[in-house]
Design a protein around this ligand. Structure first.
Ligand code: ZN
Length: 149
C-alpha cells in the first residue's frame, strides 16, 4: 500500500461521497463555523440537544472542502447523534489524540470505530486539520448549546 492509498482509505472515500448530515438542521440550538486556511475547507456544524438529557438528537453541517474534511464531517454525523455532550467531547479528545499521533501506535477501534480510517492521515501534518475541522466545529457548537441552557 503506498502512502496515498493509506491517506485515502475506502471508508474516507465512501463517506466523502455519501456525506451523511450534509444539509440544514431545523430548530438547531447552536451552529459553529470553522475554516482551514491551509486547505480551504469550510464548515458550519449545527447541533440540537435534548433539553432533558443533554443528548445530541440532531447534527447537520454545510460546507465544502477536500475529501478528508467532508468524510470526517460525515463520520461525525453518524457518531455524534445519540451521544451526550460529555461523551461526544471525550470521543473528540480521543480522535484528536489519534490525529496528533503522526501515525504512531494502534488506534482503539472499540472507541474510535470508523475514525480509525483517519489514522493514516495523522502522518500528514498538513492534513490533520482537514480531519479535525468538523469535530472542532461540533465541539464548539455543543459547548455553546449546552451553556445556553
Ligand atoms: Zn482539507
Amino acid at each position: 500500500m503506498n502512502s496515498l492509498d493509506s491517506l485515502y482509505q475506502q471508508v474516507i472515500l465512501d463517506h466523502a461521497k455519501a456525506r451523511h448530515g450534509d444539509g440544514d438542521l431545523p430548530g438547531a440550538d447552536a451552529s459553529h463555523f470553522e475554516r482551514n486556511p491551509t486547505c480551504g475547507d469550510e464548515i458550519t456544524v449545527s447541533v440540537r440537544l435534548d433539553p432533558g438529557t443533554d443528548r445530541v438528537v440532531g447534527l447537520a453541517w454545510q460546507g465544502d472542502g477536500c475529501s478528508i474534511s467532508m468524510a470526517s464531517a460525515s463520520v461525525l454525523t453518524d457518531m455524534a447523534v445519540g451521544r451526550t455532550v460529555p461523551e461526544l467531547l471525550t470521543l473528540t479528545e480521543a480522535f484528536r489524540t489519534m490525529m496528533r499521533s503522526r501515525g504512531v501506535g494502534e488506534p482503539d477501534e472499540d472507541v474510535l470505530e470508523d475514525l480509525v480510517a483517519f489514522h493514516g492521515v495523522s502522518k500528514f501534518v498538513m492534513r490533520v486539520k482537514c480531519g479535525m475541522l468538523a469535530w472542532v466545529a461540533a465541539e464548539a457548537a455543543v459547548r455553546e448549546a449546552s451553556a445556553a441552557r
